[in-house]
Write a new protein. Structure first.
Length: 246
């Protein structure tokens, strides 16, 4: 996008108008209810595609930098996590469809039909192995971790939270054709986030160790700065009163 004083929203709308299309401001209400096709080209190609599809207008939605973008997100939701790691109930069977999980305890006794006892034994063995070999983390275990501990430059963008960083354009139809356009500063921010996320995904254990070291170093730096800012007050004995002249 060309550099000027206009917001990215206004710049996009101007380009849409030049193509004799009508920009229509919208807000996303329910993304899950929408059938969306994500466009793979740039803005000019998107506008050409919109005209080819016979669109008379384009929905335009402003995108803002959100605070949760500063923290790692594996993209795995709670249900997926439970499917991979078990439900964590008392019986340890890890199967959320069996009665054991629903009740929180296993009442099968010796005649176990759901197989939860076997699964519990396997989990216990895995726990023992983990304690012997050291815990091995998965990327999803670090969901919510502050990414600026891996890429300190990310913290510089915290002052932009709530600022418009892009626009989402949608060609209305049965299957919505959609593209997202971002500012240059957001592209740089997103690149740093991707770099930090990749570090976690390549080696979660090392990433966590690096984060802990960075956090500790930051804490020590803050304490050192606070100690330096405190002025030392010299203590002097009280001045002796001058003796009265006789």
């Amino acid at each position: 996008m060309a550099k000027n004083n206009k917001s990215i929203y206004d710049q996009v709308c101007d380009l849409i108008k030049k193509q004799k299309l009508l920009p229509m401001p919208v807000q996303t209400l329910n993304e899950e209810a929408e059938s969306t096709r994500y466009f793979g080209g740039d803005l000019k190609e998107f506008l050409a595609a919109a005209k080819a599809l016979g669109a008379k207008g384009i929905f335009v939605e402003t995108l803002y930098l959100e605070d949760d973008e500063f923290y790692y997100d594996s993209g795995i939701d709670d249900e997926e996590y439970l499917a991979m790691n078990g439900c964590g109930c008392n019986c340890g069977c890890g199967c959320c469809d069996c009665e054991c999980c629903k009740n929180g305890t296993c009442n099968c006794g010796e005649d176990c039909k759901c197989g939860c006892q076997d699964k519990k034994a396997k989990k216990s063995k895995k726990k023992d192995d983990d304690e012997a070999d050291g815990i091995w983390l998965e990327p999803e275990d670090l969901d919510g971790i502050d990414l600026s501990l891996l890429r300190p430059e990310i913290a510089k963008y915290s002052g932009r939270i709530g600022e418009a960083c892009g626009a989402r354009l949608t060609v209305p139809g049965v299957d919505h054709l959609e593209v997202e356009i971002f500012t240059e500063w957001y592209d740089k921010f997103a690149e740093l986030v991707d770099e930090a996320s990749e570090i976690i995904e390549l080696d979660p254990n090392k990433a966590l160790a690096d984060m802990q070291a960075a956090f500790q170093a930051e804490e020590e730096a803050i304490k050192a700065a606070q100690a330096k800012s405190v002025k030392k007050i010299a203590v002097h004995p009280p001045k002796a009163k001058a003796k009265a002249k006789k």
